[in-house]
Ligand binder design. Structure first.
Ligand code: FAD
Ligand code: PHB
Length: 393
């Protein structure tokens, strides 16, 4: 098999890249380890920056998002038994975010790819990449599907296979610099059959630890609590989870959290991670394969979309003019945004979570920071412009 761009991974990065390339007349093939139904049901991120939402519309994949997504013009920050709104629209000249689940975005992108003749190999085993050094004329992706070995020859490989994929580890370790911070807590997340108790997301800094109220639809809530990353989810009963959520989110003017049956629950560890550069020869990394952010800034999916926007543009310039200047600049251009988003995600995480080794001084400073951010226009504006998404270059 032969294609122009071989893509490993059918997550947001791989699917978006493939579809944007198709619209530019560039051929690609996606190799994905999991099944279509697994990807279309896996619960992950939920907040789209305004630029990510616009991008989905520009490429013709925004109809369901526009119809079913919930437009949010602000968030609530809760601390010291008070709740303060950050008004994105007022602070950013009318911008907002859209609450629309990642797996719904993936359904839309997979459908769009299949409708336009795109090729996606789901349930591919033993995926490996070869001959992607600069001097090699033809990089290759090998995989096994339905007991048959396949080889895909391409001009370039896009490593969109997430944090645990094969592409990043295939680069010689000596060629990469790794930057990492692992946080001493995780998030226990539930999906509940309950109408959201608030119109907007509530980020709560509480003495018992962080909590977040989010949602997926007018009848489904998505809720998180800070927990020990080593906790066994089976050891948390639904009653215990609800009890922590009540303790960390209630206490404001008689406001009550609405409960409902728990449909799904899980624990995710939290880390900040960046690898530099995001390119090695003819292999380009995009999304979680190159960087991870803690979810407190709601940025993971959005950063993946920002990477592939640039990567697609660089491939388009190459196939149009033969010039590699944008491909050569890809890593450096991406990393400028990546580090700003890393900073914001780390800052939100530090401001809102309880750290076991915090001194009383640290705790007072944390609350003063929340007080500052919610009472100063400059402070609130900085949070708002990052949350709705920094402008593209
Ligand atoms: P991924 O979505 O990870 O896609 C990579 C794809 O590559 C996957 O489909 C995978 O199956 C495939 N793959 C992996 N290895 C191989 C291989 N060897 N061969 C072929 N295919 C392979 N972000 C938020 O903002 N909010 C959240 O609440 C949130 N929750 C999350 C929960 C979890 C459990 C995880 C893992 C991430 C979460 N994120 C969240 C982050 C966000 O979902 C990611 O940033 C986003 O999915 C990145 O997209 P991606 O396409 O780069 O990677
Ligand atoms: C979610 O709805 O899953 C969500 C929302 C905001 C975040 C993280 C996750 O910061």
């Amino acid at each position: 098999m032969r294609t122009q761009v071989g893509i490993v991974g059918a997550g947001p990065a791989g699917l978006l890249l493939s579809h944007i390339l198709h619209l530019q007349g560039i051929d690609s093939v996606i190799i994905e380890a999991k099944s279509r139904s697994y990807i279309e049901e896996r619960i992950r991120a939920g907040v789209l920056e305004h630029g990510t939402a616009d991008l989905l519309c520009e490429i013709g994949c925004g109809q369901r998002m526009r119809a079913q997504g919930l437009v949010h013009g602000g968030i609530e920050l809760q601390f010291s038994a008070r709740r303060q709104r950050i008004d994105f629209q007022e602070l950013t000249g009318g911008k907002s975010v859209v609450v629309y689940a990642q797996h719904e975005v993936l359904k839309d992108l997979i459908q769009a790819r299949l409708d336009t003749g795109g090729q996606i190999f789901f349930e591919a085993d033993q995926v490996s990449i070869h001959d992607f050094e600069s001097a090699s004329p033809h990089p290759r992706i090998r995989f096994r599907k339905d007991e048959i070995d396949h080889e895909l020859t391409c001009d370039f490989i896009a490593g969109c296979d997430g944090f645990h994929g094969v592409c990043r580890p295939s680069i010689p370790a000596s060629a990469l610099q790794v930057f990492e911070r692992v946080y001493p807590f995780g998030w226990l997340g539930i999906l509940a059959q309950a109408p959201p108790s608030s119109h907007e997301l509530i980020y709560s800094n509480h003495d018992r630890g962080f909590a977040l109220l989010s949602m997926r639809s007018p009848t489904i809530s998505r809720l998180y609590i800070q927990c020990d990353p080593e906790d066994d989810i089976a050891a948390w009963s639904d009653d215990q989870i609800w009890s922590e959520l009540h303790a960390r989110l209630e206490g404001i003017d008689g406001w009550k959290l609405i409960e409902g049956p728990v449909l799904q629950k899980g624990i995710t560890g939290m880390r900040s991670f960046v690898v530099e550069p995001m390119q090695y020869g003819k292999l380009f990394l995009a999304g979680d394969s190159a960087h991870i952010v803690p979810p407190t800034g709601a940025k993971g999916l959005n950063l993946a979309a920002a990477d592939v926007r640039l990567l697609a543009r660089a491939f388009a310039a190459y196939y149009k003019s033969g010039r590699t200047h944008l491909l050569d600049q890809y890593s450096e251009t991406c990393l400028r945004r990546v580090w700003k988003v890393q900073r914001f995600s780390w800052w939100m995480t530090s401001m809102l979570h309880r750290f076991e080794d915090d001194t009383p001084f640290d705790r007072r400073r944390q609350l003063a920071e929340l007080d500052y951010v919610t009472s100063s226009r400059a402070g609130a504006q900085s949070l708002a412009e990052n949350y709705v998404g920094l402008p593209f270059d």
